[in-house]
Design a protein around this ligand. Sequence first.
Ligand code: IPE
Ligand code: IPE
Ligand code: MG
Length: 258
Amino acid sequence: MAKNAEKDKLLQEELKKSGEIPKHVAIIMDGNGRWAKSKGYNRVFGHKEGVNSARDIVEACVELGGVKYLTLYTFSTENWRRPKAEVSVLMKLLIKAIRDETERLHKNGVRLIASGNLETLPEKVLQELHDCMDYTKDNKRLTLNLALSYSGRWDIINAVKNIAKDYKDGKISQDEINDDLFSDYLVTKSIPDPDLMIRTGGDYRISNFLLWQLAYSEIYIDTIYWPDFKRGSFYKAIAEYQKRERRFGLVSEQLQKK
Ligand code: IPE
Ligand code: IPE
Ligand code: MG
């Protein structure tokens, strides 16, 4: 076994023993452009290398076990406003990445799903996505959720519109509207809220990610740019998560009694 692989195995064993593994990890994969620039390349190179990080983190989850959902913020609603050429490269890269990774995802027992305003994606991206989602739909080890053309505010507005429609049609009453019902109208309805949210690239903001769903997620910011964020960094984030006390508004003593 190569030295790095040996180190990773040890880390995995330690994490399994030392505490709870977050069931849902959500990641803002940021810093591709800055990574490329720091090496004298153009931004596209950073996006390409970013795909390798995504593959590595997916496999880190599969090998570790316990992480059942991984949401990757892949393209935001606001990212449509980037220069046309960059958007076009990102869409092409997405098509290629999904195509190239499908078999590997399947072999690893990964199910692919996508969340966002998917209608706005180019036809070819949608086609590739649907092919992969269909092919991997019965896999159970990990659900990989790509947040695509996604923004938290879009998600909430979309939910409100659908709730209003169902109210008007008499399908729900005003009294029934609560946290659980609202969650069921969001695009993440079939998956639990993230336990851990990681942002790479060092910025301390949410950038319109899962606004509702992150209510009680632990937040971990890494200064490392996404193309350099590989499984060692990911396991470090989980180790940090295990040290946190999630109080959900209670006091420490109440948690210890449980
Ligand atoms: C994240 O990297 C990828 C996407 C938002 C699609 P960026 O492209 O935002 O890279 P920086 O933040 O400019 O370095
Ligand atoms: C967030 O990164 C979106 C994705 C990672 C897809 P951005 O680079 O778009 O966020 P800002 O502009 O720094 O807030
Ligand atoms: Mg960025």
